[in-house]
Design a protein around this ligand. Structure first.
Ligand code: CP
Ligand code: NVA
Length: 311
């Protein structure tokens, strides 16, 4: 039988630029409409249920999806890996089939990207990537919103990533190709971006420059971005801290970027490791706007998945 594929939000690289732009603009519209403490008048997701599956810890993703869904009139169900039969060996595919009978969408945080795509393959409802070891697309939608609030359209701009090459960087690279901006990446040679990501960037016309020199990467950049040195699931913590030490974002590095460049971090931050207190708490930092914007970006994603064409 034929069944149209649900509108999964698995990766920024899966969607064409104009569609992503539409989600971003929707997020801006919904943010403009929201007055804290006043329930929104429109409830486009009334009667819809979102299951949230967390196999790993979360503060922002969990709270922002929960509030986003409720603001739009929907309901949420929180599940953690260990509490589910998934933890006792029920397959991802069967879990997808069962959840699809109950809920209208599934948001999942799970380290294995293969498990995410397996879930999506067997779900008949939209599946949203709430972070895997490979990517973190919802975060970057919020980050694009944050960048554009401060600095206008990101098209044609330059951003600099400094530090580890991880899931958050991968989604930034996908966004650079789809939204048309340059991304300069400074990582220690030992933690350089994976070949698959470099190949993807090349094949997709992404303006990505990789260097080991943090100062070279930030020169001319409108945003300096970093993330923790030890991500969920990483090992070799001592090795990572040692090779990443020269990549700390401090005031001196910020001064080497474009004038009035913003500092971005998806959080949680490890103050004194990848970033100094001075930069985190300084006037260029937009890290708490990024956190808030998870809420608005998530609404854009949820409405795109569950109520296409409603706005
Ligand atoms: N940035 C982010 O995804 O934060 P949480 O791990 O708290 O969800
Ligand atoms: N790179 C980090 C992001 C946390 C939101 C991790 O994967 O742990």
């Amino acid at each position: 039988h034929t069944m149209t594929r649900p509108r999964h939000f698995l990766d920024i690289c899966d969607l064409p630029g104009p569609e992503l732009r539409q989600i971003l603009e929707l997020a801006k519209t919904l943010k403009a409409k929201r007055v804290k403490g006043v329930p929104p008048v429109e409830r486009p997701l009334a009667g819809k249920y979102l299951a949230m599956v967390f196999d790993k810890p979360s503060t922002r993703t969990r709270v922002s999806f929960d509030i986003a869904m409720r603001d739009l009139g929907g309901e949420t169900i929180m599940l953690t890996g260990g509490e589910m039969q998934l933890g006792r060996g029920e397959t991802i595919a069967d879990t997808a089939r069962v959840l699809s009978r109950f809920v209208d969408a599934v948001m999942i945080r799970i380290l294995s990207h293969e498990d995410l795509t397996e879930l999506a393959r067997h779900a008949s409802v939209p599946v949203i990537n709430g972070l895997t070891k490979l990517s973190h697309p919802c975060q970057i939608m919020a980050d694009l919103l944050t960048f554009e609030e401060r600095l206008g359209r990101i098209d044609g701009s330059t951003v600099a990533w400094v530090g580890d090459s991880n899931n958050v960087l991968a989604s930034w690279v996908h966004a650079a190709a789809r939204f048309g901006f340059t991304i300069n990446v400074a990582t220690p040679p030992e933690l350089a971006p994976p070949q698959a990501l470099l190949d993807w960037a090349k094949a997709n016309g992404c303006a990505m420059n990789v260097t080991a020199d943090a100062y070279a990467a930030v020169a001319g950049a409108q945003a300096v971005i970093t993330d923790c040195w030890v991500s969920m699931g990483d090992e070799d913590e001592d090795f990572r801290r040692r090779v990443l030490a020269p990549y700390q974002v401090d005031a001196k590095l910020m001064r080497a970027a474009a004038k009035d460049a913003i500092f971005m971090h998806c959080l949680p931050a490890h103050r004194g490791e990848e970033v100094t207190d001075e930069v985190m708490d300084g006037p260029q930092s937009v890290v708490f706007d990024e956190a808030e914007n998870r809420l608005h970006a998530q609404k854009g994603v949820l409405a795109w998945c569950l109520a296409p064409g409603i706005y």
